[in-house]
Design a protein around this ligand. Structure first.
Ligand code: NAD
Length: 430
């Protein structure tokens, strides 16, 4: 192999994917492969995305000038079905970041036994600098650039950072205009008026608490009376806090980017919601003591729900955490070093690919309803969601016990085996 550069060797990381987040995803995969016992050819295929697309998205600004933004879509694996994953608008979007997030989507879908592979995409832009009409033109042009590789049986986008129901409605409309008829099943996370699903907005937060409740039961205690701290009072954390309170847990602290509030006797969440609706964030809320986000993470509690952003638990704060159980509502909130420290301290961590999978589960229900043109009620969706989440938790818990693995490692191994079984059965084409 003399004269062949490192990047050109089979199995080495291609330079366009050389990104810290993709290296983390590969590191996690390699660690789990040691336990997964899947054929090496299958493991090799799973290390890289099946397909990547880089596009340039020209956008006419409101003042008549034109800016061109880089956009990406990465499909990690279509072994189990069409690929599924969000679209984000963020200045940090890179091909490598999308590749990492696409791989995690593959594991999340496989863990829940959804008939999907993983994908992720986005446009590198500052979403706050886009006026509403510019945002619409960017979305429609980006969707047009994706047309060769997306489709209701190929790749189904969804909202992610700085994209929302409206973005999905524009994507759905752009795709539908190209084919000549309405195709609601091309995206999920749409408004109800164009084929969205009830319970989709709340699904991730509800799913978090279903997993926590089942885990707590297995640990031999109950949520009733348990003290809970929730970092991030947004779409995931806000719903999770209310779901915990519905189960008679005592939510003693919550936070947003402006800081947190703490009341040992339990917060009045209705009151907290009214304050946020009026003032925009939690700062200055008079019904509880202020705490910083750093302090909030170290409060003594039974359950700590992380629902803000990545990299919150680190080698610095992990030795000081005083929670009995940690639930990852956010993606990637725990560093690899913190994970090891918590494992040594016997504090179980319910991993993100399991705990926050309620969103993609109800996205799957939305897609199924759209294809059938037959819509379900809230109760049916809630029951189906709870069944999927509990079933996944039971499998992960059993593997963790049987093979003495952390819950994170067990979740990843479970997912990898699901995909590997399918890939083994299908074979490597041709
Ligand atoms: P959101 O924007 O609705 O809420 C995020 C909350 O976290 C806000 O209250 C914000 O103020 C707070 N926050 C942000 N940065 C913070 C920081 N550094 N410290 C403390 N608080 C901070 O977002 P969301 O949809 O609730 O997503 C939260 C996390 O859950 C993200 O990691 C996201 O990727 C993940 N997630 C969301 C969904 C979903 O369906 N929304 C699904 C799966 C995973």
């Amino acid at each position: 192999m003399a004269g062949i550069t490192e990047e050109a060797r089979p199995g080495s990381l291609p330079p366009e994917l050389d990104d810290p987040l993709f290296r983390t995803a590969l590191g996690q995969l390699d660690g789990a492969l040691v336990h997964a016992a899947v054929p090496s050819a299958v493991a090799e295929v799973l290390r890289f995305p099946e397909r990547t697309l880089s596009v340039s998205v020209p956008v006419r600004r409101d003042d008549g000038s034109v800016d061109v933004f880089p956009g990406y879509r990465v499909q990690h694996s279509s072994v189990l079905g069409p690929t599924k994953g969000g679209i984000r608008y963020d200045p940090g979007v890179t091909l490598g970041e999308c590749a990492a997030l696409a791989m995690w989507m593959t594991w999340k879908c496989a863990l829940l036994r959804l008939p999907y592979g993983g994908a992720k995409g986005g446009v590198r832009c500052d979403p706050r600098s886009l006026a509403p009409d510019e945002r619409e033109r960017l979305t429609r042009r980006f969707t047009s650039e994706l047309l060769p590789i997306i489709g209701p049986q190929r790749d189904i986008p969804a909202p992610d950072m700085a994209t929302d129901e409206q973005t999905m409605a524009w994507m759905m409309d752009t795709y539908s205009m190209q084919v000549g008829y309405a195709v609601p099943e091309i995206v999920t996370g749409k408004p109800l008026s164009v084929g969205g699903s009830v319970l989709r907005p709340e699904a991730t937060g509800i799913g978090v608490v279903i997993v926590v409740e089942e885990a707590v039961r297995r640990l031999g205690w109950s949520l009733a009376g348990a003290t809970c701290v929730v970092q991030g009072y947004g779409k995931v954390g806000g719903v999770a806090a209310h779901e915990l309170a519905l189960r008679d847990a005592k939510v003693v602290a919550v936070s947003d980017i402006a800081g947190g509030v703490y009341r040992a006797e339990g917060l009045n969440l209705g009151d907290v919601d009214r304050w946020r609706a009026e003032h925009g964030d939690l700062a200055g809320y008079p019904g509880a003591a202020p705490v910083t986000n750093a302090e909030l993470l170290e409060l003594p509690c039974d359950v700590l729900v992380l629902a803000a952003t990545e990299d919150q638990l680190t080698a610095t704060n992990a030795p000081r955490l005083a929670a009995r159980l940690i639930a990852e509502g956010a993606n990637g909130p725990t560093s690899l070093e913190a994970d090891d420290i918590l494992s040594d301290r016997n504090i179980p961590v319910l991993p993100d690919i399991l705990t926050n999978a309620g969103g993609v589960a109800v996205s799957y229900f939305e897609w199924v309803q759209d294809i059938q043109r037959l819509f379900w009620g809230r109760d049916e969706i809630r029951t189906r969601l709870a069944d999927l989440m509990r079933d996944a938790l039971v499998r992960v818990w059993a593997l963790a016990e049987d093979e003495s693995l952390s819950l994170r490692r067990a979740a990843l191994v479970t997912s990898i085996r699901e995909v590997a079984d399918a890939l083994g059965a299908r074979g490597i084409y041709p």
